[in-house]
Ligand binder design. Structure first.
Ligand code: FAD
Length: 405
């Protein structure tokens, strides 16, 4: 099935570099808007990173809007914050207005990243994707931007979208060295088929003084499964003793159920991944003439609260939305549409990314005895609930409620 194209009269050329979630989202959104889109990917085949992922209501609503089939894609649950012995700290509420707007219950859904990408590609017309095309840079002119490739080819576009990930070639040319820095944490991400005896209605994010171990129900090809992960303080270049399975087993030794059961059920050869987390200093604008960006190319995020894949998908939607009705050949109109996109996304995304990084430091790098004080506050006061509901969820829920799909 092809995505429908409601605004086909404004047919201009849009080059998207990188077929990750952000690039595919941008390609779908601009194709729907009636443009000639080319999505250039350096790899011969689109290969999603990592295993499972959590996506939230705004992201699922955007995917459905593109025509992506989201039926039986993921599983939802109530999220609780607990300590590593199982003591409840916070149960996150659902927002009724956000649920009504999305026409979906809950907030987060667990799913396999590869399945999301497959379903997105299923609605992308075959002639949009150009694999084995590594972008090496671009040359901006008043009336077009010329995109260059490693094989000597080039393509002239009205708009260039850099969606080429954390080590983006396009962003480096536009903004210089990104100044990537290690966030001091690593994530061990795993998933397994359903395990009998583990409930699917409630999931948790749980913390010891320095570690996080969490789980969430998900679907794997429509069948019940679980994703689970462990976050650990980590220094750049640090090595593990032994293999991933024994390393992670040592971390969760003594943890409350169901983490040990999920560990026992997991096939570490195929369904376990490591994610060493890097960020960049925030940018105040993502645009440069006829060039704009989505996803990790301009805002890599750490896993806490922020949602790298979801944000990248949202960016693609908002960029096309901000340029709706604009003639992309007209530089003045283009720049003003892109500025609108910056206003919509940059401070929201920076806030989420900074919040996520601070939570990483708070939970994993707070030294003793401050960590003991932190845990006493989290166990005995409503501070954590206030922080999560007001600082993290509120903006994302407002965004869901304001989505005009
Ligand atoms: C192991 C791992 C696990 C993760 N797990 C999660 C998770 O559970 N939840 C979550 O929200 N986030 C997770 N993340 C982060 C998440 O993957 C990113 O935030 C998200 O993929 C960003 O999407 P993107 O489209 O911006 O970039 P990417 O997904 O990085 O895609 C960029 C694409 O551009 C291509 N490319 C790069 N350079 C060029 C070039 N010069 N020319 C052409 N193509 C190019 C790449 O091949 C790639 O296909 C994880 C990251 C890693 C590494």
């Amino acid at each position: 099935m092809n995505a429908s194209r409601p605004h086909a009269r404004l047919h201009r050329r849009v080059a998207v570099i990188g077929a990750g979630p952000g690039g595919i989202s941008a390609a779908l959104a601009f194709h729907r808007a009636g443009h000639e889109v080319r999505l250039f990917e350096r790899a011969p085949k689109v290969t999603p990173l990592g295993g499972a992922v959590l996506l939230s209501l705004p992201v699922l609503s955007i995917l459905r809007h593109y025509g992506v089939n989201i039926d039986n894609l993921g599983a939802m649950a109530v999220t609780e914050f607990r300590d590593w012995k199982g003591r409840l700290r916070v149960r996150l509420p659902f927002n009724r207005r956000a649920e009504e707007k999305a026409r979906l219950p809950g907030w987060h859904y667990g799913m396999l990243r590869a399945e999301v990408i497959e379903r997105m590609l299923a609605v992308l017309p075959a002639d949009v994707l150009y694999p084995s095309q590594r972008c090496t840079g671009y040359e901006e002119h008043d009336d077009h931007v010329r995109v260059d490739f490693e094989n000597g080819e080039h393509w002239d576009a009205d708009l260039l979208i850099g969606a080429d990930g954390i080590r983006s070639t396009v962003a480096r040319q536009a903004f210089g060295d990104p100044g990537l820095f290690h966030c001091g944490i690593i994530v061990w991400l795993c998933w397994t088929q359903h395990v009998d005896g583990i409930g699917r209605e409630v999931a948790y994010i749980s913390h010891s003084p320095t570690l996080q171990a969490s789980y969430f129900p998900m679907l794997h090809r429509g069948k019940p499964a679980f994703e689970w992960w462990v976050v650990e303080p980590w220094n750049e270049g640090q090595m593990i003793d032994g293999d991933m399975k024994s390393h992670v087993g040592h971390l969760i030794d003594g943890w409350c159920d169901p983490i040990p059961k999920l560990y026992e059920a997991t096939d570490f050869q195929n369904n376990a991944f490591r994610w060493e987390v890097y960020n960049r200093p925030p940018l105040s604008s993502w645009s440069h003439g006829r060039v704009s960006f989505v996803g990790d190319a301009v805002h890599p995020v750490s896993p806490y609260a922020a949602y790298g894949m979801g944000m990248a998908i949202e960016d693609g939607y908002w960029l096309a939305k901000s340029l709706e009705g604009t003639d992309l050949a007209d530089r003045v109109g283009l720049e003003s549409g892109i500025e609108k996109y910056d206003r919509q996304r940059v401070s929201y995304t920076n806030k989420q990314a900074i919040l996520a990084r601070r939570m990483g430091y708070l939970f994993h790098r707070t030294p003793w005895p401050l960590s003991a004080l932190r845990d006493a506050v989290f166990n005995r006061t409503s501070f954590l609930e206030h922080f999560l509901v007001k600082e993290y969820l509120k903006d994302a829920e407002e965004q869901m409620i304001s989505l005009d799909l």
